[in-house]
Write a new protein. Sequence first.
Length: 462
Amino acid sequence: MPTLYPLRTRPKAHEAVAAPRAAELIRASAPRSPSAHLVAAGRAGHLLVPNGSQVYELDAAMYALLDDALASGDEAAVEARLAALGVTHPPLVDDRPLASPPLHALSLAIAQQCNLGCTYCYAEQGEFGGDAKNMPLPAAYAAVDLLVSGVSAGGRVNLAFLGGEPLINRAVLRAATEYAARRGAEQRIGVTFSITTNGTLVTPDDGVFFEHHGFAVTVSIDGSRDAHDALRPFKGGRGSYDRVIGNALPLLAIQRRMQVSARVTVTPRNLALRETLDELVGLGFHSVGFSPMLASPHGQGEMTAPELAVMLEQMVACGDELERSVRAGRRYPFANLVNALHEIHRGTHRPYPCGAGAGYLGVSADGDLAACHRFVGDPDRAFGTTGGIDRAKQDAWLSERHVHRQEPCRSCWARYLCGGGCHHEVIHRGRPACDYVRGWLHYAIGVYGRLIEARPDWFGEP
């Protein structure tokens, strides 16, 4: 038996010809077995074994034999072929949900209000469907106490600030940060900080504060000026792009411990991703990531299948440039592909898409706990208060949301890389993006197979 070695301008969405490469990726990534997936690569190809997310290089003969088994639809034949290749192992993900996991991250909705009027905002322009409010300082301190209370010396936790626009409540944000840093020092635990901001209220002094505490700063920017201004205006209707970029530049100039990244929410109105990426990388952002709008409160800005195909086409164009840059020794911080490649290399396999409702919870301005920042104000996904986590509700959530309980996830080869999709989006809209996700992961596996051969050293870099 052979030895296998594990490999560690805007397009118009309605035009089918706009995304020919995406169409091929979607076709090639369609599930044929929950136990194996093939990615063609020249005269041979790569095999992904979902159990453990292991990638193997196959020669042409081995590839053809497994391809035939997959085409037959006979799962027993697929399993037999995998066993013959020596790549079957006991399941690394079983049906048991996590039980009362330790808390390691909190996001504070420190300001449930916002000065922008983004029509697609999941937080309904920052107020989560209720009254505008700020988190009082005692509630912020109580959240910090909850976060650090169960952590042993040498552990690490993350405190995140979101909104609304968190800098509307700047004084409490800063006080909570200082308090968390003191508590961490007293208990000899590492506390990291992050903030997601619309950028309109950031000052140079904020940058100094963020740099001192080593914040991960994420600025929401939805493209070049025209696209961003159409999607993220001030509530009076005036565009916000010039303000955001003008405020971000001083932070970009001083970032050392602080890392300033850009997050782009993709809607049918800002699909020119490659141009957006190059513009933001050129400005000096530490990384740039794209996320499709899949579930908004009133359906505005949601992506449908044709638009997701165009997005995939654009993502691949960005990915091709990253591959060229890696081969040439240039940095090109396209976060989506950088993260995907490193997850594939690590063999990431998970029964949930993220830590929501497990080690990560959201905190409302009133001190109520939610499954994550997107469920703030949702009584059906409430997990107690900063006085204590409701473990019964948490355990029920973790049982319900396990990927083995989701359909069609159970029969999908991508389930342990995807984890079943964002809980909030799935609950509110279902799974309109499965073809997009699989197509993207199929592409990423191909890039991984090429780069692990051409630049194995790159995977040792952060």
